[in-house]
Design a protein. Structure first.
Ligand SMILES: Cc1cc2nc3c(=O)[nH]c(=O)nc-3n(C[C@H](O)[C@H](O)[C@H](O)COP(=O)(O)OP(=O)(O)OC[C@H]3O[C@@H](n4cnc5c(N)ncnc54)[C@H](O)[C@@H]3O)c2cc1C
Ligand code: FES
Lengths: 286, 988
């Protein structure tokens, strides 16, 4: 098949992209195109204008920040992230579980989070990592925290005419491990239930913990009840499992379901995958 | 507009638009190795390399590719005859079946090996994981990539050896049950039922298999090179001047009457050439299933009806200058529907008050249209009621099997045009070119002689192309417009509007004696044939035959309703009713064994058939109502004992009895289990399937073999070529195969019912024997000999008993040019009254995650007795690929609908077929018996691998967890619920 008719512009800088977006209200940014073009081919999307940002090289790549942490350009592909061993394990692990090689070779981190598909892997991870999102628009540049960036199903803090330029993840403290676990859609590999965990241990005690869940909720969600139940506790398997069950309190009422996994089943799976992500993180922290 | 792209190292200006997908642009520019499989990047058939990385061309725009380096398989070799080491390895290992996905796989391999010259198997599987293959089970492609890596590292690579073949030594019993007896023909029954013995030395099984030179050898496929190179070989790989593009308008309603169609706005659109629908296409009744004349009743379809019976049913079709215009035209067709209530479940459809799906008055042969019952099939041998009374125990269980799709990577596609003689040519992806020609003729109002059907290479069929599915549409449109017309189904249309497997509700009721002897078996089936009958009668008949033939049993009864519903139409799908029957049967057998406290294999072996046993229900369940089988067939070759012995060894069956084995160390939530199933299938439809072959000799002593048999990726052309080469004393390289073209090749019923090797193979053998005799006569003439009968053909020579010889080339030249000239050629055909069953033992090992319900199938072993494998590589490829499809059936594939009958998972995104990186460890073992009725001892192998995986997995889940699940597929949430229910049950 073929996409419906549209106008195509290619931007060679962020400024040009922003001005093209301004000139074409309703236009969509085209990054890797691996959410957008399938949707167009299947007639699920019909944007009249596409602004291709794929040539803006400054948006591509991973760099270490002087104060610790990393800056990941919006156009960095999943494959590049998966291969960047300097990044936290939770991120490389999640990126390597996305789709298949072709999707990882084309799909971009920026496109993944901007699309804010509830089944995507990376929003959950960035939520757990406490990432910062850098945005440029007609009014200049601004930064948004992960908790504010993801607003709802397919909805982010990005306003009309804005593009996401980079995501920053903070450096992880010593004795910290991170892990990702997902119940994947058997066909597409998208997440039906996902959990990302970052745990700092001291002895066998949980010093600090950050957990996020996704897949089953309309947007990536912080599992604050799990964090509260775990911080300061001894990290044996029973305690972790018990803390993981607290996730039920974080999920809200709007649980997604489909032919592969009903809402009820996903709800029951949430503690299982939270536990698995936590155990991985703890293992890696040691 | 003109766009410059860098393709295969050359800067090339092509005509495209930046907003085209790269797939469209590359195919227009002649890069036919880049193929359509999906719109969302899920099949990977359109994968290419962009700057050395594997990407999907259907989800990249031309604009995004400008300035980047594009590679396709066409760039790997420029010379005719030259091969890249990766292509060589794919050819040698038999990694190519249909070859539709092969170019993409080769590129995936190249991307990997360019980066990583020494990959692990896991890395290879990951690299291939984005390219779906429906045929190979990825076993041989993975071997190919590892082999290519060795070539590229410059290592000495030993010749590829085919799979191991085990001779079935005729051992009466497996060691574990010394007192078991082999039951004999029931016709010999005198006193106690079904425990009669017959001599253990059955002559039919002492398989002394004669020495052969080409047959039985791991020859590479005759079409492998062109497929590895991505040469234009498929239906879509041609472009005709003035070709129009067709698009289908399908029904959004599951059940509705069409009150009116207004096509005026569509026709007014510039570029639209025709719109066809019920108002302008004559109403000719037919049944679309590709079957022998006369097609079984009811003939409940017409090209375009004024009623739609499922979401996806045909409403209208358009032919226009471009696909875009055709699509726009569809939107402008105004259809007025009267929406009717719909019913989807087979058990609901027969209840009083259910909507009547076929209320038209011109369909004959519906058993009870008011109750949506298309057929009532009934067969009984003995008296099951009496049998239940006599039995010590009676067991009854009900099983549910669901709807799945054949899902070939190449969807249906057909192109038609008028040739210079004003005959209609239809180039189509079909398994049944001759049936298509005969069936489409009355719909188009043309005599058969004015139609030519060409089947080029096919990108997989598995039964979905055993239909006359879209050929009438392109035909009508070519007739209306005078122009060539192309119609390709999109992936969504392939899912919604082609064919599927029949869902069924199956109940087995079985009476057993205390010692475990089966005494009385009743099988009740309600089969769901969706909106139309097509294969409804025959598939369900086979369900009965398969369900009631594997085990000896005095009383047997089959009672079946075939029911209309408003679901997309089930048709033929590899296995043809067998997988449904065997899921129920082989679970039921396990359940009975468990209840009796017997080992499930010992219990089966006590009852399963052996050589010499009859199949008493077969005459009652011939092909549909035709009762083609007049007599009780007797099994003449059976390697079941050996199959089980080999399979049990390969899977490590004895571990099941080791204490603690079911637990997985370090993973308290995981349980392991082993399961088995016995499989028996058929080989061709007796008395019905017919194949023809013509062989002619060329100047250089080579031969053209023309067959109507349709290779759809299975390797049929290769196997048939091997048979010819064997008889004619030449290497396979001297055989030029051609299949199939209704103008050029003799008739063949087509590729279905596992018939090609057996039926068409015998036809080739007969034709080759006649040609061989003509060669001998000619050799005798040239050598001045009186007698020609004892001249041998060997090594491209005819060799007289006195040692003198003459080359086949000399014979050909002599015969064509020099003396008493004649064309050495012959045509033969074959039909069989036998349908010798292949047998198999299927084994599965699973791990069940009890926290999530996720089942991981870790090992699959199938040991198959398919007689003598003519080509062990293609035979094992059939087993590996068949098991993989069967695994999807058991585990994850399922067509899912919303409450209005709209298919939800009409893409490979949500419809899951197995990929390279999630495959279990798989082993195919070929157990060789010598089938006396088959060519060189061969039986069928294509379908039996579909039969045993679902029950073996079910039985393994039971072994792991103690929970019996009687409904497939074993999705995480279904298994989770079953485990929870069992837990709650225990708690009560
Ligand atoms: C077969 C298949 C399987 C997949 N499996 C998974 C999976 O398992 N897990 C997973 O997480 N994802 C999966 N994906 C999605 C994949 O990761 C996508 O590539 C990704 O979600 C979108 O990235 P993109 O660069 O392709 O974005 P595009 O498709 O180019 O864009 C997506 C959306 O984001 C907007 N956008 C893109 N970039 C920016 C930007 N810089 N600023 C503002 N807006 C922007 C676009 O306008 C568009 O609305 C799969 C995709 C496919 C086709
Ligand atoms: S060989 Fe893989 S799809 Fe045909």
């Amino acid at each position: 098949m073929y996409p419906p008719k549209f106008d195509y512009y290619r931007a060679s800088s962020v400024a040009e992209a922003v001005s093209l977006l301004g000139a074409h209200p309703g236009a969509k940014v085209l990054a890797g195109g691996h959410s957008l073009i399938p949707a167009m081919n299947l007639r699920l999307a019909d944007p009249g204008v596409l602004i291709d940002i794929g040539r803006i090289d400054e948006l591509r790549g991973i760099s270490a920040l002087p104060g610790g942490g990393f800056r990941i350009g919006a156009l960095t592909t999943h494959a590049m992230v998966a291969g960047a061993s300097e990044l936290p394990a939770v991120l490389t692990e999640a990126a390597s579980m996305i789709g298949d090689p072709q999707v990882r070779n084309r799909g971009t981190v920026g496109g993944n989070v901007s699309h804010a598909d509830p089944a995507s892997d990376l929003p959950t991870v960035f939520m757990a990592l406490g990432a910062t999102f850098h945005i440029t628009g007609p009014g200049g540049s601004r930064s948004v925290a992960a908790t504010d960036f993801f607003v709802d199903l397919f909805t982010t803090a990005l306003q009309d005419g804005e593009i996401l330029t980079a995501i920053e993840v903070p450096a992880l403290p010593a004795h910290t491990g991170s892990g990702y676990a997902k119940l994947f859609n058997p066909a597409s590999r998208y997440a039906m239930v996902s959990a990302a965990a970052v745990v700092t241990v001291s002895g066998n005690r949980c010093e600090a913990v950050s957990v996020a869940v996704g897949g089953l909720t309309p947007k990536a969600t912080k599992a604050v009840s799990v964090e509260a139940a775990l911080v300061g506790k001894q990290l044996d398997e029973e305690t972790v499992a018990a803390a993981a069950t607290a996730v039920s309190g974080d999920l809200g009422d709007d649980i997604l379901g489909d032919i592969h996994a009903s809402a009820e089943y996903r709800r029951r799976m949430a503690p299982v995958f939270v536990k698995r992500a936590l155990l991985k993180a703890i293992e890696r922290a040691k | 507009m003109e766009i410059t792209l860098n393709i295969n190292g050359r800067s090339q200006t092509i005509s495209a638009h930046p907003t085209d997908t790269l797939l469209t642009a590359l195919r227009h520019a002649g890069y036919y190795s880049v193929r359509y499989g999906s719109d969302d990047g899920t099949t990977g058939a359109g994968a290419i390399l962009l700057d050395g990385r594997l990407v999907n061309s259907e989800t990249i725009l031309v604009g995004q590719a400008i300035g980047h380096h594009i590679e396709t398989v066409e760039g790997l070799t420029t010379q005719v005859g030259e091969l890249h080491p990766i292509q060589k390895a794919f050819i040698e290992t038999g990694a190519i079946q249909s070859g539709y996905s092969t170019p993409a796989m080769i590129l995936a391999a190249k991307a990997l090996l360019d980066q990583n010259p020494n990959p692990t198997e896991a890395e290879v599987r990951d690299a291939l994981s984005g390219i779906l293959c429906r045929e190979t089970g990825y076993v041989k492609p993975v071997q190919a990539v590892l082999r290519a890596a060795a070539y590229l590292r410059g290592e000495d690579v030993p010749p590829y050896e085919g799979p191991e073949i085990v001779d079935a030594t005729y051992i009466g019993d497996l060691p574990s049950s010394p007192d078991d007896k082999i039951s004999g023909p029931e016709t010999h029954v005198t006193d106690t039922p079904a425990t009669h013995t017959k001599p253990k030395t059955d002559v039919l099984l002492t398989s002394s298999i004669p020495e052969t030179r080409v047959v039985g050898k791991p020859e590479t496929k005759v079409d492998a090179v062109k497929l590895a190179k991505g040469n234009p070989a498929f239906v879509d790989d041609i472009e005709l001047r003035g070709m129009l593009h067709a698009k289908l308008l399908t029904s959004p309603h599951a059940h509705a009457r069409i009150l009116d169609i207004d096509d005026s706005e569509a026709l007014a659109l510039p570029g639209v050439h025709a719109v066809i629908h019920y108002k302008n296409i004559s109403r000719v009744k037919y049944a679309s299933g590709g079957q022998s004349y006369p097609n079984p009743l009811p003939h409940d379809q017409v090209s375009f009806d004024n009623k739609v019976r499922y979401v996806g049913d045909r409403v209208a079709a358009v032919a226009a200058e471009t696909p875009e215009i055709a699509e726009e035209a569809l939107k402008r067709i105004k259809v007025t529907y009267e929406v009717l209530p719909a019913v989807f479940d087979e058990n609901e459809a027969i209840k009083p008050g259910a909507p009547v799906i076929h209320d038209e008055d011109d369909t004959e042969g519906i058993h009870d249209a008011q109750r949506n019952i298309v057929h009532h099939i009934h067969a009984e041998v003995g008296s099951v009621e009496q049998g239940f009374q006599e039995a010590d125990y009676v067991f009854e269980h009900t099983y549910y099997v669901h709807q799945v799709q054949q899902a070939p990577i190449e969807p249906h596609i057909a192109i038609s045009w008028w040739d210079s003689d004003e005959r209609l040519v239809i180039r189509t992806s079909t398994q049944v070119p001759f049936h298509v020609r005969r069936m489409v003729a009355p719909l188009l109002g043309l005599p058969v002689k004015r139609i030519r059907v060409i089947k080029p290479r096919i990108g997989g069929g598995f039964g979905v192309k055993q239909e006359m599915l879209i050929e009438d549409i392109v035909g009508h449109l070519t007739i209306k417009t005078g122009r060539p017309v192309r119609l390709e189904l999109t992936r969504s249309e392939e899912f919604r509007s082609s064919r599927t497997r029949h869902p069924q509700t199956i109940t087995f009721k079985t009476g057993v004696m205390k010692d475990g002897t089966l005494h009385s078996m009743e099988m009740r089936v309600v089969g769901n044939t969706g909106a139309y009958g097509t294969h409804g009668l025959t598939v369900q008949t086979v369900t009965g035959l398969r369900g009631l033939s594997s085990y000896n049993c005095k009383h047997r009864k089959f009672d079946c309703l075939v029911v209309y519903t408003n679901l997309p139409v089930p048709g033929a799908y590899r296995g043809y009713g067998g997988p449904q029957a065997l899921f129920a049967l082989e679970c039921h057998m396990d359940e009975i064994a468990h209840a009796l406290g017997m080992d499930p294999i010992v219990f089966r072996r006590k009852n399963w058939v052996q050589a010499g046993d009859p199949m008493p229900i077969a005459p009652l369940l011939g092909e549909g109502e035709k009762e083609t089988v007049q007599f009780v067939p007797v099994i003449q070759s059976c390697g079941l004992n050996e199959c089980f012995e080999q399979g049990m060894k390969a899977i490590g069956w004895e571990r099941k009895y080791e204490p603690g084995w079911h637990e997985v160390p370090g993973k308290p939530h995981v349980r392991r289990g082993l399961g088995a199933a016995m499989c028996m299938h058929g080989t061709a439809i007796p008395g019905l399937d017919m194949g023809g072959a013509s062989i002619k000799m060329n100047d250089d002593g080579s031969f053209n073999v023309l067959v109507g048999a349709t290779d759809l990726g299975t390797g049929a052309d290769t196997v048939l070529g091997q048979i010819a080469a064997e008889v004619l004393g030449v290497p396979l390289a001297d055989i030029v195969m051609y299949s199939s073209d209704t103008d050029m090749t003799p008739f063949d019923t087509g590729a279905y019912a596992s018939s090609t090797t057996y039926i068409s193979g015998t036809a080739v053998k007969k034709a080759a024997e006649q040609v061989a005799d003509q060669i001998r006569e000619r050799a005798a003439l040239m050598l001045g000999l009186e007698r020609w009968h004892d001249i041998r053909l060997e090594n491209r020579h005819a060799i007289a008993p006195d040692g003198r010889s003459v080359s086949l080339e000399a014979i050909a030249l002599h015969s064509l040019h020099q003396d008493q000239q004649r064309q050495i050629m012959a045509t033969a055909s074959f039909v069989s009254m036998d349908s010798p069953p292949p047998f198999a033992g299927q084994f599965a090992e699973v791990e069940v995650d009890t926290e999530t319900g996720q089942v991981t199938v870790t090992k699959l072993v199938m040991a198959v007795d398919a007689g003598v494998p003519i080509n062990p590589i293609t035979a094992s490829g059939q087993v590996e690929g068949g098991m993989t499809q069967a695994l999807g059936y058991a585990h994850c594939e399922e067509m899912a609908y919303d409450e209005s009958g709209n298919l939800i998972n009409d893409q490979f995104g949500p419809y899951h077929i197995y990929r390279a990186d999630e495959m279990p460890w798989m082993k195919a073992i070929l157990v060789q018996t010598n089938e006396p009725t088959g060519p060189f001892g061969a039986k069928a192998i294509a379908e039996i691998p579909k039969d045993g995986v679902a029950p073996a997995v079910a039985n393994a889940i039971f072994d792991a967890t103690g929970v019996r699940i009687r409904r497939i597929p074993f999705t995480p949430q279904r298994v989770y619920r079953a485990l929870q229910a069992a837990k709650e049950g225990e708690a009560h």
